[in-house]
Design a protein around this ligand. Sequence first.
Ligand code: ZN
Length: 254
Amino acid sequence: MSYRFDRVLLGRLAELLSVQPVKAAEPVRGFPRPALRVVEPAREVDLITAEEAAAAFLVALGIDLDTESLAATPARMARAYAEMFAPRPFDLTTFPNDARYDELIIARSIPLHSVCEHHLLPFVGVAHVGYLPGERILGLSKLARVVELFARRPQVQERLTQQVADWLQDQLEPRGVGVVVEAEHLCMTVRGVRAPGGSTVTSALHGQLRHNAASRAEFFTLIAAHQQPDVDQGRLTQPNPYEDNPLSQDKAYS
Ligand code: ZN
């Protein structure tokens, strides 16, 4: 994975240049630490050009847009994709681990919606995200926000899984991180091999969850102990994570 590769290269480069990574000063205990505001770099979204391109795309495929029902479809397509590629900003609030809690913290079955970057078709499923806390703990809802941060962009499932794990490791510095993603890819369901119901499972582990067999086994046992909702069921019963997105203007079609 080129992302991992770049990190390795950067590490080597730092060694060669004898650059020591600068460690932020430890905040004084009890001193409020400001929440990290996580926002994606602003991207230019040109909905008009996207709509024109969507219209040209559909016409090129022989679809007649001169019907009442299809007339606004290019505009809806443009908004839908803009929405799917726009994660919501959030504050990464962390708290001191005053209770010295040292067992696994796991958020299971976080609903996941992303878009396969090879076909631009959705993949839908769940993510299980866990960590072994160190000095700080995290608001539980933030684990879902981190998943969303990396899901709302053209993706491949392997990279998405790794990015969530790497990001948590870097930001929270826990003793271990584990991420498992199970998803059904529409590009495999509705075209190509046409294998509905097939799901793809990926995992990424860091720290103690990677290197300590007992911790790793506990992590996977706790995930498996949960009755997994079927991906289709999950889609119907989970709340729509895109609900309060300002770009979501046509909820009737979502
Ligand atoms: Zn695909």
